[in-house]
Design a protein around this ligand. Structure first.
Ligand code: SAH
Length: 347
């Protein structure tokens, strides 16, 4: 069975042509699937019964199943979703005053093996298909619909488990699907992809002509420290990364966000702040400071509130725009990869 959630509009048009249909059939399907959000072909009443039979025979509208659900006191919902092959991925809904944001996973596990991150401890099992990423949003939308408050997903960050640029084409198709006007119509500027620094991906992404956002997981201001925290730095050291960022800023005409986790005594010192200011000087990006979620997989400690604010002060005084990331769901397993890692142990 072919899952129709896997196809962006152009590809769906080609499939419809292959079925002897007119291209507008693809738009019709998009409206039913994403605007009207029906989950069976039989409800698609403006499609002939004959063609609905063909759809039922060869195609499906497959969505992941909710395996575990945690609801935080602040309304954050963390789902562990089961895929058709039994693999599991995490998805998180965060509620801002400006809308509902979903943190989407792009792979089952991750191969980047950053030393502070529990997602990497399980290794990469496989890439997610576009439909499995779209499915994460559809399931959250269904939960929001059941709440009856008239809300739906307005913002998407590809910051769950996985490295999106290690699954480049599928992530791009996913973006095209959710951004499509007659689909979920999530505005490009409300979509952010986060990378640990795969520079080929950054360069390609710059040329997509999208108005989407890019976040770079920086976490260290020099190669010596970044090599320890993020293995990928040995392949693409900071000089290469920063030159790709500058190229992105020029070609895409967009500024990036630098994500910077604060680990007590490791990368939260005044020296690090000064090095960071120097490193990103020639770029237009701004820094998002992330309070670290401690895990039992390593000994890194979360920087105290005082140190986080001191770091922010150093950056601000150095002329760098920086914010502290708002935290969600700290009473549930909020740290990246924790929920899946836990469930995996239980099974
Ligand atoms: N591979 C991509 C996207 C997934 S990770 C990337 O590296 O950007 C999303 C973000 O969460 C990254 O900035 C990552 O460094 C951060 N992160 C990982 N473990 C964390 C933890 N325990 N606490 C807080 N942030 C964490």
């Amino acid at each position: 069975m072919i899952n129709l959630y896997d196809f962006e509009h152009n590809k769906l048009e080609k499939i419809m042509l292959g079925e002897g249909q007119k291209p507008y059939r693809a738009t019709q399907l998009f409206v039913w699937m994403y605007e009207k959000k029906v989950f069976s072909f039989d409800e698609m009443t403006d499609i002939s019964i004959k063609f609905r039979d063909v759809l039922n025979e060869k195609y499906c509208l497959w969505l992941p199943k909710i395996f575990a659900k945690q609801v935080s006191q602040d309304g954050t919902i963390k789902l562990l979703l089961e895929l058709h092959d039994g693999n599991k991925v995490e998805t998180v809904l965060m509620r801002y005053n400006y809308g509902c944001a979903v943190c989407v996973s792009s792979q089952v596990g991750c191969n980047m093996a950053c030393s502070f991150c529990s997602s990497g401890t399980l290794g990469k099992v496989r890439n997610l298909t576009p439909g499995e990423m779209v499915g994460q949003i559809m399931v959250i939308n269904q939960i929001l619909k059941e709440e009856g408050l008239g809300q739906h997903v307005t913002h998407v960050v590809v910051m769950g488990t996985g490295e999106p640029f290690d699954n480049y084409e599928n992530v791009m198709d996913f973006i095209r699907i959710i951004n499509f006007q007659k689909g979920l119509a999530i505005g490009a500027r409300h979509i952010t992809v986060s990378t640990c620094g795969l520079i080929d991906g950054i360069r390609k992404y710059a040329k997509e002509g999208l108005q989407t956002n890019l976040a770079i997981s920086l976490h260290a201001p020099n190669d010596k420290l970044r090599n320890v925290l993020m293995k990928i730095n040995k392949v693409y050291p900071l000089e290469m990364l920063m030159s790709a960022v500058k190229e992105y800023e020029f070609v895409a005409d967009r500024r990036v966000t630098y994500e910077y986790l604060l680990l007590e005594g490791i990368n939260d010192t005044k020296e690090c702040a000064n090095e960071l200011i120097e490193l990103i000087k020639g770029t237009k990006g701004y820094v998002n400071l992330i309070p670290y979620n401690e895990t039992n997989k390593n000994n890194y400690k979360r920087s105290s509130g005082n140190r986080v604010h001191a770091f922010l002060d150093y950056l601000t005084k150095g002329g760098v725009t920086a914010t502290i990331r708002k935290e969600f769901g700290s009473d549930i397993d909020a740290a990246c990869g924790q929920l899946r890692a836990k469930a995996e142990v239980k099974i």
